[in-house]
Design a protein around this ligand. Sequence first.
Ligand code: C2E
Ligand code: MG
Ligand code: MG
Ligand code: MG
Length: 283
Amino acid sequence: RSKGAGRDCYTFFAIEMQLEVLKEQKVEKELNTALLNNELCLYYQPLLKSDTKALIGAEVLIRWQHPERGLVPPFEFIPIAEKTGLISRVDDWVLLQAAQQLRSWLDMGISIPSLSVNISAHRLNQRDFAEYVHKVIRQTGIPPQTLCIEITEENMITNLENVRNTLNLLRQYGVKVALDDFGTGYSSLSYLKELPVDKLKIDRSFVMDMHQDPQDRAIIRTIIELGHGLGLWVNAEGVENEVQIRMLRELGVDEFQGFFFSRPLPLAEFAEHYLISHESSPA
Ligand code: C2E
Ligand code: MG
Ligand code: MG
Ligand code: MG
């Protein structure tokens, strides 16, 4: 009897797994179509200088305008795209799109210091990535330093040598590199030692409770000191209230990003609030 129950349990589990695989296959197929049909779009979240609150750039964040499901957030398809390898095409599309946007702003006489693009570990580990970035820069003619590549610590350990070569090339071109979600990976410190980066982004999980948790504050203080000690620019993600702002300023963080200032915005809204009317808006 218990054997039977065990088998039922096993069968149930197997069916669950099968459903999961089917769902992933469905999303993969749809995502393929989405790439062809222009269903993917970019949102822009401002990055602000901590002392003046001046705009110093934006992080580009992908969304999927699904014909039936509406606006799909990245956590619902990026992990699947990573699993299937489709992420490389997604990342390349985002990068090109961001560069073309920078180009058209330049052509319109609108200046934005930089755009940051998230690149998956999967894409970063492919040998032709740096070459692709170079091609995009040449094709669009954007100043390379207006492009920042955000990478995360996860999954890089297997090919550290490879990644280091790629990052060295990117920096030779003049492209900036940021270490995203800093402090959540397993070997943050060794990555910092091994990888040439320009910016650290303190993970949102530390910022979230910092106004009520001294331990989070201690971690943030240490990350900032570490970053500055290495000559890096330090960003705090997930800034949602004024107490965090005051504390982060006191700790010397260089750059703010978070819902307190703005959620990620569609292109038109971002341009309207931060690029076109920016000059005339009160400080
Ligand atoms: P991330 O690169 O760490 O991006 C920051 C995420 O934090 C964004 O979520 C943003 O909306 C969110 N965020 C910013 N400020 C706040 C805040 O004050 N409070 C809260 N609760 N959240 C805040 P989003 O857009 O859902 O993106 C999630 C993740 O998906 C990104 O994390 C990144 O890892 C990935 N992702 C997004 N776009 C792309 C892309 O184009 N390519 C790749 N490979 N990954 C992407
Ligand atoms: Mg990011
Ligand atoms: Mg992050
Ligand atoms: Mg992340």
